[in-house]
Every structure is written in C-alpha cells, then in structure tokens.
Design a binder for this molecule. Structure first.
Ligand code: PEP
Length: 249
C-alpha cells in the first residue's frame, strides 16, 4: 500500500547556522501520524542536515540534481555526489526549476533516469499554470507532463517514484486548490497511471499535493482519498507549522 509522505522544500532559504537552528527545532517535534517525513535544505547544508538527522525519522532530500555522472557542468551536482552525503531522495521538476531554469520534460526524463540508475527515490513535481486551468486544459497539461517525463519507465521503476501535483498558481501565493480540486486532479493522475501501468502500480504510487498547504488546511486536503501527503514550501520553514502539517493525517 502506498505511503503518506510530507516533504518540506526549503528552497533557497537558510544558511548553515539557520539550518542547524531549524533542524534542532524539527528534532524536538514528535511525529504522531503515520507520515514519512523529509526535508530538503540547500546543497551546501545537506551534509550537516544528514548528520543532524541521521538517527531520527526525518529523511534529508535534495531539491535538484544534474543528469550526468560527472564532468564539465559548472555549478551542478550529480546523483553520486548527493548519495555521498547521505541523500537518497531528490525533488525533480519543481515549477521554479521549470520556469527559471528552463527545465523541460525531456531534460527531466534524463534526470529521472539518472536518479533511478543511482537507486535514488524521485519526488517528481508537475502542475498547470493558472491560464491552463482557466482554459479548462489542466488535465491535458498535467497528463502530458507525466507522460513525457515518466512513461518511458518500466513498471518496477515506480517503486522509487513519488508524484507531487503542484498547481503553479497555488505555490507561494496563499491560494490553495480546494480539497475537491486536488482530489479531482489526483484521481485523474492515478487513472493516467492505471491506463498505462495497471491498477497495482497506480495504487502503490504516493501522490502528494503542493501549493500553500498550511496547518489550517492540511487536514482537509489530506483527508481526500487520492491525496497521499504534501510537498510543503513556506510552512516547512517553521518547525511547529511543519509538524502540524505532518501530524494532520
Ligand atoms: C513548493 O514550493 O513546493 C510549495 C508547495 O510552496 P508553498 O507551500 O509555499 O506554496
């Protein structure tokens, strides 16, 4: 059966001292739900986070990686580098990477392959723009994002794939998809997996919702049958808020 997961994406926030302060506050919190918990600090703080959290139930994830094993890619970080600092999960395809760093579905397919080839788990993000939703095109856009980046994979690969539906219009805006909008899209995503890989695979993949999830709306969103957790931006920078979300299951 699929897992409930709550992952915090810290984005480009927190220097080393701030990271240590937040990690200490996170360690003091109690997980009272069945959710798997992870946080994704910036590259420079992954090793420190790994060491601070290694005997806890909080996993350290990375926010991005390059598809190549090594070489002349100035400023980039590879899967094996991440693994060497204890990171086993990587977020790929976040809308900020797509929008500001021109990451395409084709590039993301290469990154997904590199992560899986290195036995890493991928949190694969996708979601429509507001204009897509207004044009009632949101399912087609999301369906294409999933197919283009993931449907070359074989069924067993999905053991290491977590999906994160993040409508771009809801990220960092204070605007959330309603629980019904989230459920409708998650059901569509699961059906897309059923059509390609069958019900067993589709029912084993966790589908997270991301977009202005806060302590006051998490429970209702997580209560929906196809919502298996959240990818949390802003609220993951505060230990109490993040754990209120973790424990909203
Ligand atoms: C995100 O960046 O993945 C995100 C969901 O951000 P926020 O929770 O701040 O909307």
């Amino acid at each position: 059966m699929r897992k409930n997961i709550v992952a915090g994406n810290w984005k480009m926030n927190n220097d080393l001292a701030q990271t240590e302060t937040l990690l200490t506050a996170l360690k003091a919190q109690k997980i009272t739900s069945d959710a798997e918990v992870m946080v994704a600090p910036s590259f420079t703080n992954l090793w420190s986070a790994y060491n601070t959290l290694k005997n806890t139930n909080i996993e350290v994830a990375a926010q991005n990686m390059h598809f190549a094993a090594n070489g002349a890619y100035t400023g980039e970080v590879s899967a094996s580098m991440l693994k060497s600092v204890g990171v086993k999960t990587v977020i790929l395809g976040h809308s900020e990477r797509r929008a500001y760093f021109n990451e395409t579905d084709e590039l993301l397919a290469q990154k997904v392959d590199a992560a899986l080839a290195n036995d890493m788990r991928v949190i694969f993000c996708f979601g429509e723009e507001l204009s897509d939703r207004k044009a009632n095109n949101h399912e087609a856009v999301v369906g294409d994002q999933i197919k283009n980046a993931l449907f070359h994979l074989d069924a067993p690969a999905f053991q290491n794939i977590v999906l994160a539906y993040e409508p771009v219009w809801a990220i960092g805006t204070g605007e959330t998809a309603s629980p019904e909008q989230a459920q409708d899209m998650h059901a569509f995503i699961r059906q897309t997996l059923v059509d390609k890989y069958g019900a067993d695979v589709a029912n084993s993949v966790s589908i997270l919702y991301g977009g202005s999830v806060k302590p006051n709306n998490a429970q209702e969103i997580f209560s929906k049958p196809d919502v298996d957790g959240g990818l949390i931006g802003g609220a993951s920078l505060n230990a109490e808020d993040f754990f209120a979300i973790v424990n909203a299951f």
